[in-house]
Design a protein around this ligand. Structure first.
Ligand SMILES: [Zn+2]
Length: 249
């Protein structure tokens, strides 16, 4: 049987990325929530210090509302949002920072390289609403940790998709069982940049080493478009107690 070896990206995929009329979510671990629109997703992680939002979909109030509504629906409190951690400086991930900062005073994290990259190369320069409209409080890079009380985020440099793209490793739990999760920040190699493609490959090798060392058994991604994310969310929403977590091995 001949199966495609890469996702089919079309203009339709791009259009769907900007569609803010439809959202879904699922609680995939006791302490981890995934919120998605048609192609892009983010995570909310519950810690002793409060809720940590990882990536923020597009800078659209509807995306922010979807994140808050998902938090409420699972019985968490959006007033506990305390940190906003961004994998890279593209507009479809840095999205909701404005409201997370204004309404929740979230401390914001991104690499210094992507903060500069983002300022010089806004994804949609002709659309001011997609320009970064919040400040980064803490620059993070390989080797840094973000203290969340009972849990920690381990930060890794995985350049390629953007020059300062980050990936995160952190613990999640289900029914008292602890897992280690890795969120890979870079969805795709930079298509028109040979050097970037090489860097991207190296980053994947690096992350493979790191995840082995940290005994990672949960793979997370920030684009539902590329990991059958919407199907996995639908499964997770209807999952029964004897069914496995689709995000863990
Ligand atoms: Zn991106």
């Amino acid at each position: 049987m001949k199966l495609p070896n890469k996702p089919n990206m079309t203009w339709d995929t791009i259009k769907r990325m900007e569609d803010m009329t439809w959202f879904t979510y699922a609680q995939i671990f006791d302490d981890l929530l995934i919120v998605a629109q048609k192609e892009t997703n983010c995570f909310v992680w519950k810690t002793e210090k409060g809720l940590v939002v990882m990536d923020g979909i597009w800078p659209d109030k509807r995306a922010y509302d979807a994140i808050v509504n998902a938090i409420r629906d699972v019985g968490w409190d959006e007033n506990e949002i305390c940190k906003y951690v961004v994998t890279h400086g593209h507009v479809d991930h840095a999205g909701c920072g404005k409201w997370l900062v204004e309404n929740h005073h979230a401390t914001t994290y991104l690499s210094e390289i992507d903060t500069e990259f983002w300022e010089k190369n806004p994804t949609k320069p002709d659309r001011p609403e997609t320009w970064k409209d919040f400040e980064i409080d803490e620059f993070v890079r390989e080797g840094d940790t973000i203290d969340c009380g009972d849990k920690t985020i381990y930060v890794y440099d995985t350049p390629g998709h953007t020059p300062g793209c980050l990936s995160f490793v952190f613990a999640v739990e289900e029914n008292g069982e602890r897992h280690m999760a890795a969120l890979f920040g870079g969805a795709t190699p930079p298509w028109n940049n040979e050097e970037g493609k090489k860097q991207y490959k190296k980053s994947i090798e690096h992350l493979k080493e790191v995840t082995k060392e940290k005994k990672v058994d949960v793979a997370l991604f920030n684009h539902t478009a590329f990991d059958q994310g919407l199907d996995r969310i639908a499964y997770s929403k209807n999952r029964l107690s004897y069914m496995p977590v689709l995000f863990a091995k």
